[in-house]
Every structure is written in C-alpha cells, then in structure tokens.
Design a protein around this ligand. Structure first.
Ligand SMILES: [Fe+2]
Length: 450
C-alpha cells in the first residue's frame, strides 16, 4: 500500500507541473540581435509550458513572474499599482527549426529570409487625462487598430516592425463618456491586452516582430510592460522600470542589428527617453556605424524621427520632429549625418505618413506613426517656403498622408519599395527610394517596378 501511496503523490505532483493549453493566452516570436528568434508565451499559470519544436518538447523558462508593481508617480494624473496577471515565458527558437507550437498557438517560424516587411507604429487607444484626450476605444472607426492588424496580416508578411508607442490607456475613461466606457487603464496586463495583444493577435500570428521602444514605453509610462513583454534582451529586475530608483539603468538600451539576409540588416535604436540623452545618443550613434559595417544595405529604425518633420505648433508652421536626435547624430559623426550603408530610415511618433527624400547627405526617410492612435493634425501637401531643409540637408521630395495606415517594405533593385495602405488594406501610395532621395506615386498610377 505504501508504494501505491507514493506513486499517487508523485503522479499528482507531475500533473500539477503540466501547464494546460488553455492557460496559454498569447504566444509570439521576437527578433533579437543577428538572426536570433525568441519565442514568448503569456500564461495564466506560475509554471511555463513546453514549446513543441519539430515534434520535440523544449521547456520555456520564466522570463518575468506574475505580480503587482506598486503605483509609481506619473505625469498624467491618476495612478495605481500595475497588476501583471500572466507569467511571461520564453526560450530561444533553435536555428533551423521548421515548426513550433506553444499550447494552441502555432508560431510563425520563418522558412526563408524576409522579403515582405509590414511596418506599423503608434497603435494604442489614447486615454490621457492631462491632455483631456480620450479616443473612442470602442469605436472601430475611431480606433481601427484591430481592423488594420487584420489587413496587415492579409499581406502575408515575413516580418513585422512596430516603430514604437504600443500603450496609450494611461488615465481612466471619464464618467459619462460612452466611447471609452469600461476600458482598462494604467500600466498592467489588462491595458496591454486591450491596446496590443488582443487587437494585434492576427499580426502576431503572421510573422516574427521587431519591437522598437517608443516614448510611451519609457520608465515613467509603460516601461514595465515593455521589459516584460517586448524588449529583446533578457529581463532583469534592476532594468525593469519596476523601481523608480533604478530608472536610469532602464532609460536606454544599446542598439542592435537584425539580419534580414546576407545583404541587408535593420539597426534598432531605443530613442524612448529624450531628456538629457545627448551624450548617450551620441555614443549609441557611434555603435550604429559599427553595427552597419559589412552590410550592403542598412535600415535605421527608431521611434523618434531623425530627419523628419513634426506637426505645426506654437506659431511654427513646420518644425523638425526631434532636434535632439539630429544634433546627437551630428555630434557622433563630426557634423555629418548617416552614411552608406544606411540607405533608409523608419520612424513613428508623428501620427501620420511622411516620405522624405533629400539632396546629398540625407537618407530617405519614412514616418509611419499612423496605425491607430488618435491623429494630431496634418502637414500640408506642399511645404511652405523655408521648410525645405532639415538641419544641414535639403529636402528634395516630400509626400504626406493624414489617414490611418500601415506600410509594406520590400527590397527593389538597389533601393527599397514601400507601399502605404489604408487601414482596410487598400494601397494608397507606392514609394521607391534611390538614396538619398525617393519618389512616391498614388497606388495604381504606375506599376511597381521590380
Ligand atoms: Fe511617440
């Protein structure tokens, strides 16, 4: 009898460590440095499940346990503790894997180098007391991110780049505002689910993602969720934004390179914290040059635009989006801007579409911060006299579009082709780069060249 009792106890303990499929609520692939891929799963269980890779079980490890982070002071009004209900689990996906599954989720394991790259940015539903800005989160016309994510997934991308600003629900919906009534707010799991994981589900299941950190993911805002869910580096408590005393350690992350193929790579840059960042950025821009070495084509990707235009404001019709980024780049390069092999720059932060081409010394630039969050105004189709330069370099091409949208980026000849779609998947513009300039046509005007 005693041996049977021991078997019973052993058997129950064994069962308790198995995570049921139903506990896995989200699973996705994160691109990290080089060619590496990280599988992540968000699980309603203290234990992590196994990932099934080509039929073999590979245990996921706890990246960040579930728990509650005490309320921290915020700039935009009310605050409360951030509750993270789900355990974040992860493991590196072995090179050469053909299939991978976590619970009910088949992960989008790439079969070849990415050719079709979807780019989105600034996607969450704005609820911000200090600006009295409350986007109707329950209205898919006013906050179309879920529809846009389905349209982008229908493009069958091989890779998705999100240029930052995922989380926007910082303040409670005011009483009597039906359009956002019932929405979660604050920095915990429920808002991340509502702003990103639920609406983005089809796109998270379509391809691996490159996650870029936006200013909404700084430590003073949604940085805790950024480090738990999206940052490509290992999670450590001292660099988690959980304790404000450690914010300086988590304010910046080193740039890293994501290989696209033997020819091209992305350089991913954390611009989220702009205050007092001049020296840090100058050092990191020098790292960008090292990361780009050896590539034929390199794409600089950051949330804040370096050579981009911001919206009119305070009596200034047109302004440079981030003077700090521009001066830091020039400080790192003795007054110069990007140089070969960096032949394209992708950004967000400004909630519209911009395509900018330059004379010698510039880099073709796209601003793609129009994928769901509340619009903030528009730029004129024709720039006024005097707005033809950014820093030391002159603009020679400028296209803008004010509606919601996403982009599809592909290599084309010696440059890049970027197609801008509306949130329903209708192509609006086709742009061809030829560094340092570019040219855009309305979609359908000219067949895209190959
Ligand atoms: Fe932003």
């Amino acid at each position: 009898m005693r041996s049977y009792a021991w078997l019973l106890v052993f058997g129950l303990a064994g069962c308790a460590s198995v995570t049921p499929d139903s506990a896995v609520e989200h699973a996705y692939l994160v691109r990290a440095h080089g060619a590496s891929l990280i599988a992540r799963a968000l699980v309603r269980s203290a234990q992590c499940p196994a990932m099934i890779v080509d039929g073999q079980a590979l245990p996921l490890q706890v990246r960040a346990p579930a728990g509650e982070v005490p309320a921290r002071p915020v700039a935009q009004g009310l605050t409360k503790p951030a509750r993270f209900d789900l355990t974040v689990c992860e493991a590196a996906l072995p090179a050469g894997a053909h299939s991978a599954r976590v619970g009910p989720f088949a992960l989008p394991v790439p079969v070849s180098a990415p050719q079709r790259i979807v780019v989105i940015g600034d996607t969450g539903c704005r609820m911000k007391q200090s600006d009295d800005a409350f986007q109707p989160c329950n209205d898919s016309a006013a906050w179309p991110f879920a529809r846009l994510a389905r349209s982008a997934a229908a493009q069958k991308p091989d890779l998705v780049i999100h240029v930052g600003d995922y989380h926007y629900r910082e303040s409670p919906c005011p009483a009597g505002q039906a359009a956002c009534a019932g929405s979660p707010w604050g920095f915990g799991q429920d808002t991340w689910t509502a702003d990103l994981f639920e609406p983005a589900r089809p796109l998270l299941q379509a391809a691996p993602w490159v996650f870029v950190r936006g200013n909404h993911e700084s430590c003073a805002r949604a940085g805790q969720g950024w480090f738990r869910y999206l940052d490509a580096a290992p999670w450590v408590a001292a660099r988690s934004c959980d304790d404000p005393a450690n914010d300086a350690k988590a304010a910046h992350s080193d740039p890293f390179a994501v290989d696209l193929d033997g020819q091209a790579r992305l350089i991913v840059f954390d611009s989220s914290e702009q205050a007092g960042a001049g020296e840090v950025f100058a050092r990191e821009f020098a790292q960008v040059d090292v990361l780009a070495q050896g590539a034929a084509h390199a794409v600089f990707v950051s949330h804040h635009p370096v050579l981009g235009l911001g919206l009119p404001g305070k009596g200034v019709p047109i302004r440079v989006a981030s003077k700090g980024m521009l001066s830091s780049l020039q400080a790192a390069r003795g007054g110069a801007l990007f140089a070969s092999p960096v032949d394209l720059a992708l950004h967000g932060h400004v909630h519209l579409f911009e395509a900018l081409g330059f004379t010698a010394g510039g880099t073709p630039t796209f601003v793609l911060g129009n994928s769901g969050s509340m619009t903030e105004g528009a730029l004129p189709d024709q720039l006024p006299p005097g707005a033809g330069a950014i820093g030391e370099v002159r603009l020679d091409a400028f296209h803008t579009r004010a509606g919601f949208g996403f982009a599809l980026l592909e290599r084309a000849g010696s440059g890049w082709r970027l197609t801008e779609f509306d949130e329903n998947g209708a192509a609006a513009l086709v742009c061809m780069t030829s560094a340092p300039s570019l040219h855009c046509d309305r979609a359908g005007q000219r067949p895209p060249s190959h």
